[in-house]
Design a protein around this ligand. Structure first.
Ligand code: PGA
Length: 243
């Protein structure tokens, strides 16, 4: 595992954007696995700036996102499709038909998950998967549990995740209780993984995930087994790390 120590959030975002942009330059028709949440926003802004300046070309890039709330439409400002359009896709020269997010409006979970698995396999391998980490160690919406889930599945969000995500909604009661998420096996099949982490509040879970035992109770701990895994984290997030 490569670990890049960033000074702060801005530095973390620039470093992460540099790694993503290197992937796009080296393979212009690459498949990027993308993530939502607050952590990647700075990296997305940097990528958008480089694209605007003509230094980065997304015209052949394909993307596949980790997850989506079940029941939210793409037009709903809390949906992850809306988030991706707002924070990245509408600022870069990507073809919208090359961007993929699970279909939150498909009420039949089995259908939604199967359709998303088919989209992912039709793209071949994910070249670079970007990830954030939740306070309970989730990646995508793969919550702690008795086993690592394999492919796209429907999850019931844990109270901790609902609590963490309620900041985007008017009240906790508005946070959807379920979501569709890419599974751990699919994430682990990505050729490269880039985990971005910022802030003191993530220090404890980051230490557990990277330096603790590998267990489905800390889903991100599986990343220790990935062959090409890069962690970009700021000083605050790394503050409990032992060298
Ligand atoms: P955050 O979310 O970037 O908003 O902290 C991370 C996650 O839940 O994966």
């Amino acid at each position: 595992m490569k670990i890049y120590r960033a000074e702060n959030y801005e530095d973390m975002s620039r470093k992460a954007a540099s790694i993503i942009s290197a992937q796009v330059i080296l393979k212009p028709d690459c498949v990027l696995g993308l993530a939502t949440g607050s952590t990647p926003v700075g990296a997305y802004q940097q990528l958008a700036a480089w694209c605007r300046e003509g230094d980065l070309d997304f015209s052949q890039v394909k993307t596949v996102n980790l997850d989506e709330y079940k029941g939210l439409s793409p037009e709903n400002p809390q949906s992850y499709r809306f988030f991706m359009n707002q924070n990245l896709f509408s600022h870069i020269n990507i073809s919208m038909e090359n961007t993929h997010v699970p279909d939150g409006l498909e009420a039949d979970s089995q259908k939604a998950c199967q359709a998303y698995n088919e989209i992912i396999s039709s793209m071949g391998a994910i070249d670079l998967q970007l990830l954030g980490i939740g306070h309970d160690g989730h990646i995508g919406f793969n919550e702690p549990g008795p086993a690592f889930e394999q492919e796209t599945h429907c999850v019931t969000l844990t109270p901790l995740t609902i609590e963490a995500n309620k900041r985007f909604f008017e009240k906790a009661g508005d946070v959807p209780r379920q979501a569709y998420t890419m599974g751990i096996k699919t994430i682990m099949h990505a050729r490269k993984i880039l985990l971005v982490v910022s802030g003191q509040d993530k220090a404890e879970i980051l230490k557990k995930a990277i330096q603790g035992p590998i267990t489905p109770e800390v889903p991100a701990s599986i990343l220790q087994l990935h062959q090409d895994m890069t962690l970009v984290a700021d000083e605050a997030a790394l503050s409990l790390f032992t060298e």
